[in-house]
Ligand binder design. Structure first.
Ligand code: CP
Length: 312
């Protein structure tokens, strides 16, 4: 089966079949990652450009590694050091890079809808690497792959996302993806960090973490965005840690084989205690590895065509 779309903009508009295909292809991609020589020629001659208007360690690096493993050529553009700093518009930046022969853009931007704008502006493929508070589909997919590997499926699983839901594109992509695949999704956070439209979403909402965590299979801990602290969303970091932080004691309310996830970067000691982040239930570094596999799968499905990626 092929992915019948030009772009990956979000999980809200994706079918369960498409999500299933991406996850199966990502599983095959992990076979390549396990080889002593991690290099296949499948995307030779293709050009991938990461265009990031916001900071990133995991997403950007894993896309670049994924492209290089598959022998694509990569270019990396940030605001610093580019003509964006001289005032060049987003549209002109896209058209300029496309004119140089970019086949696929990976775009992170602070504005929701920026990846959709790019997809409508260029003929090249576009993958959304995070747009404002809207979606972060590749994070959602790598979280799903990590859950699938550990739990064997999604049907009936209870997945809790806790923290700054309002600003979290990770929470939204997880909600769309997991609920389409049959999981029950719960959101928990201070009422000031829950989005106003939350009652329109198919999600159980909690403001008490001990109620929210009861019997869950997965706890996905979101980063508290300290850069927003001066806006008064909660009184203090220590109060947040007391009321919503995931620690060993709190984790006892979840299932005995709970998975603890975090998209990173973590604020250790605030939303998650170090002993939980490094503990027996944590799969946080597995998520990072799966990020390379999911991004390989998406590059392959958009640029490489059909067949089995691991046969390359
Ligand atoms: N999870 C995530 O998007 O991390 P980066 O900001 O480091 O890419």
């Amino acid at each position: 089966m092929q992915l019948q779309r030009k772009d990956i903009l979000g999980l809200q508009d994706m079918t369960p079949e498409e999500i299933g295909l991406i996850l199966e292809t990502a599983k095959s991609s992990k076979d390549i990652l396990a080889r002593p020589v991690k290099k296949v020629p499948i995307l030779r001659g293709k050009s991938v450009c990461t265009l990031f208007y916001e900071n990133s360690t995991r997403t950007r690096t894993s896309f670049e590694l994924a492209a290089k493993i598959m022998s694509a050529d990569t270019t990396s553009i940030s605001v610093a050091g580019s003509s964006i700093n001289k005032g060049e518009s987003y549209k002109d930046t896209l058209l300029t890079l496309e004119a140089m022969g970019v086949d696929l853009f990976v775009i992170r931007h602070g504005a929701g809808g920026a990846a959709h704008f790019a997809a409508n502006t260029v003929k090249s493929h576009v993958i959304n690497a995070g747009d404002g508070m809207h979606e972060h589909p590749t994070q959602g997919l790598l979280d799903m792959l990590t859950i699938l590997e550990n739990k064997g499926g999604f049907d009936g699983l209870k997945v809790l996302l806790v923290g700054d839901i309002m600003h979290s594109r990770v929470a939204r992509s997880n909600l769309w993806g997991l609920s389409k695949m049959g999981a029950e999704v719960r959101f928990c956070g201070p009422s000031t960090l829950l989005p106003s439209e939350i009652d329109k979403l198919s999600v159980k909402v909690y403001t008490d973490i001990d109620e929210a965590i009861d019997g869950v299979d997965v706890v996905n801990v979101l980063r508290i965005q300290l850069e927003r602290m001066n806006k008064g969303f909660f009184p203090s970091v220590s109060e947040y840690a007391n009321l919503f932080g995931i620690n060993k004691n709190r984790l006892r309310g979840a299932k005995s084989d709970v998975l603890v996830m975090h998209p990173g970067p973590m604020n250790r000691g605030i939303e998650i205690t170090p002993d939980v982040a490094d503990g027996e239930f944590a799969v946080i570094t597995d998520q990072v590895t799966n990020g390379v596999a999911v991004r390989m799968a998406l590059l392959y499905l958009l640029l490489g065509g059909g067949g089995n990626v691991a046969a390359a």
